[in-house]
Design a protein around this ligand. Structure first.
Ligand SMILES: Nc1ncnc2c1ncn2[C@@H]1O[C@H](COP(=O)(O)OP(=O)(O)O)[C@@H](O)[C@H]1O
Ligand SMILES: [Mg+2]
Length: 311
C-alpha cells in the first residue's frame, strides 16, 4: 500500500443508550457495504511446529460486523495479529483495501495500524493511569496534539461509551463492564476505519454484556467502522454480527448469517452452535490405547476407542 486508505468518518453523535440492537439491520447499510475491506487468501501459518491455518480463506465486508468464531486455540487471535501485520504467515495473502499486509514495508504498516482500533482480550488497561489517561494514551504516544484537543477527543469518546463522568477514576475502581467500555473508548480514540474485538464478552454480567453489544453496534453504524468480532459466545454474537465465520482445523468450516448458522446441519455447526460435547472437535484429546495406559492387555478396554485427531 503506497498510502494509507482515506479515512471516511461519518460521526453522527448519538447517545449509546438510545440505540437499539435490532435485528432489522439491512436499512442501516450503505449500498457499498457488501464490498470486502479485507480478503484473506490461502493463508498458511505454522507456529511452534503446529499448523494453525492451512488454506484459510475469508472476506470481511466493509462497514459490517463480522464475527470469527471457533474452538479455543484455533487461531482467532493469531488471525487478528496477521491482519495488523504483527505476524507474517508462512504463505498466502491478507489484502486490506487491496494492499497485501504481508508485503507492506514498515512505514506503510505503521500507517495501516493507525487506522485499526484493537480491543485486547481482558481490556488491558494501564493500571497506573486514570481512565482519562488510558484513553488519551494512543494520542499521546504517536501524536503531538495540543492538550485542549486531547481533552476534547478523550471526553467525546468517553461520552460515547457512557463514561465521561468516570474520567478521573483509576482502573482498580472500575467494574469489569466499565473497564471494557474504557478499553473500547481507547480503541476508537483515533477514529479507526477498522476495529478488532478480541473476546470482548468474557467475564461480563448480563447488563454489561448488553451495554457492550449495543456499543459495538452503535460504533459500527455511527462511525461507519468495519468490525471484526472474535468471540465464542454464540448467543451474544448472534445479536450483533451481520456475518459469522466458524474456523476449525485451520480452515473455514461454516460461513453465514447467525440465522443461517443456527439452521445449519453440518457436524461443525451442530457441535459448535448446538453445544454438543463431542463431534468434529473430539471430547477425547488424541491418546494412546486406553487399555495399554491402564496396564491391561491391548484391546481389553475396547469400549473406549482410540480417538482420531480432529479432521
Ligand atoms: N508465538 C507462538 N508460538 C507458538 N505457538 C503459538 C504462538 N502464538 C499462538 N500459538 C499457538 O497457536 C494456537 C492458536 O492460538 P490463538 O490464536 O491464541 O487461539 P485462539 O485465539 O483461537 O484461542 C494455540 O495453540 C497457541 O498455543
Ligand atoms: Mg484468543
Amino acid at each position: 500500500m503506497a498510502a494509507a486508505p482515506p479515512l471516511r468518518l461519518r460521526w453522527r453523535f448519538v447517545q449509546p443508550d438510545r440505540i437499539d440492537v435490532s435485528d432489522d439491520r439491512a436499512q442501516a447499510r450503505t449500498p457499498h457495504a457488501a464490498d470486502a475491506l479485507i480478503e484473506v487468501r490461502g493463508l498458511r501459518t505454522v507456529l511452534g511446529g503446529k499448523v494453525i491455518f492451512d488454506g484459510l480463506e475469508l472476506d470481511i465486508p466493509r462497514g459490517r460486523i463480522t464475527a470469527v468464531m471457533g474452538p479455543s486455540g484455533t487461531g482467532k487471535t493469531t488471525l487478528l495479529r496477521h491482519i495488523t501485520g504483527q505476524l507474517r504467515p508462512d504463505a498466502g495473502s491478507i489484502r486490506i483495501d487491496g494492499a497485501d499486509v504481508t508485503a507492506l514495508p514498515r512505514h506503510a504498516l505503521f500507517a495501516l495500524r493507525e487506522k485499526i482500533g484493537y480491543l485486547f482480550q481482558n481490556s488491558a488497561l494501564l493500571t497506573d493511569f486514570s481512565v482519562f489517561e488510558n484513553v488519551a494514551f494512543p494520542l499521546r504516544q504517536h501524536l503531538d496534539l495540543p492538550e485542549e484537543l486531547v481533552r476534547n477527543l478523550v471526553l467525546t469518546k468517553l461520552q460515547a461509551v457512557g463514561l465521561r463522568g468516570a474520567a478521573e477514576l483509576m482502573p482498580s475502581e472500575l467494574s469489569g463492564g466499565m473497564a471494557r467500555r474504557v478499553a473500547l473508548a481507547r480503541a476508537i480514540v483515533r477514529d479507526p476505519t477498522l476495529i478488532l474485538y478480541d473476546e470482548p464478552f468474557v467475564g461480563l454480567d448480563p447488563i454489561a454484556l448488553n451495554q457492550v453489544l449495543k456499543l459495538i453496534r452503535t460504533l459500527n453504524d455511527t462511525l461507519g467502522i468495519t468490525s471484526i468480532l472474535v468471540a465464542h459466545e454464540f448467543a451474544a454474537v448472534a445479536r450483533v454480527a451481520d456475518l459469522v465465520y466458524l474456523i476449525a482445523g485451520g480452515k473455514v468450516v461454516a460461513r453465514g448469517t447467525p440465522a443461517e448458522l443456527t439452521r445449519g446441519d453440518s457436524a461443525w455447526t451442530r457441535q459448535f452452535f448446538g453445544g454438543e460435547a463431542d463431534g468434529p472437535v473430539p471430547f477425547q484429546y488424541p491418546a494412546r490405547d486406553y487399555a495399554a495406559d491402564l496396564g491391561f492387555p491391548a484391546g481389553a478396554a475396547s469400549s473406549t476407542p482410540h480417538t482420531e485427531p480432529r479432521p
